[in-house]
Write a protein that binds this ligand. Structure first.
Ligand SMILES: [Zn+2]
Ligand SMILES: [Zn+2]
Length: 214
């Protein structure tokens, strides 16, 4: 309980001067080569910092691990990437987010290899996102917003949030359609309440594109 109180104080004051008790709220981003460029990394960091009371730190890029390569479709299995990523989380970090521009996939019901935007372990340490499906056929601005939203969505899973039925909530299931993401704008009150109960205070009213974050 002390921890929650200390954390709330920290979030209300300055994210750059976190006390030791809040140091577990660091999200590390692990670029997995081929990894996206600075516009994407900037959007991901802004989205995460605007939504969660966290610090974002970047790890040096590493290649996508061969163990996750799915040769028949020439893409990478996201659940294997999560297993690979979890041990890479530094001791002072709470979560690790893998970021790649390569296509990623996982099993979805009857579909053995289904291309996805991202995957996060529920109430776990690791999540991963790919820009591959966000960038096609839309202006760069839209693609960047999509990527930032997916980052929030996947990190949301690691904070214990499941898919949410509320329209416009960032935790909605994209259902295989990237356009669903374009209709999502913020974490809904129900998801924010669940995070708060878990000790993660998320302010309301913060809608993408999060222009207030510098
Ligand atoms: Zn999801
Ligand atoms: Zn929700």
């Amino acid at each position: 309980m002390n921890h929650v109180v200390l954390w709330s104080l920290a979030a209300a004051t300055a994210l750059t001067a976190l006390p030791a008790a809040a140091a577990d709220r660091v999200i590390y981003v692990q670029p997995l080569s081929p990894a996206p460029g600075p516009k994407v990394t900037d959007a991901v960091e802004k989205g995460l910092r605007a939504t969660f009371p966290v610090q974002v730190r970047w790890l040096p890029a590493v290649p996508l691990p061969k163990v996750a390569f799915f040769a028949p479709r020439r893409r990478w299995r996201a659940e294997k990437l999560l297993v690979y990523l979890a041990p890479l989380l530094p001791k002072d970090g709470a979560k690790i987010l893998g970021l790649t521009s390569a296509d990623i996939s996982t099993t979805n019901g009857d579909v053995p290899d289904w291309g996805i935007l991202g995957l996060g372990s529920l109430d776990g340490k690791a999540c991963v996102l790919s820009t591959y499906r966000s960038r096609r056929g839309v202006p760069v601005r839209v693609a960047l917003e999509r990527v930032a939203k997916v980052a929030v969505h996947e990190v949301g899973h690691t904070f214990g949030l499941e898919h949410c039925p509320n329209p416009g909530c960032l935790m909605q299931d994209a259902g295989g359609k990237v356009k669903t993401v374009d209709e999502e704008h913020a974490l809904c009150p129900k998801c924010r309440a669940q995070l708060k109960a878990a000790g993660v205070e998320v302010p309301g009213g913060r809608r993408v594109p999060w222009r207030h974050v510098d």
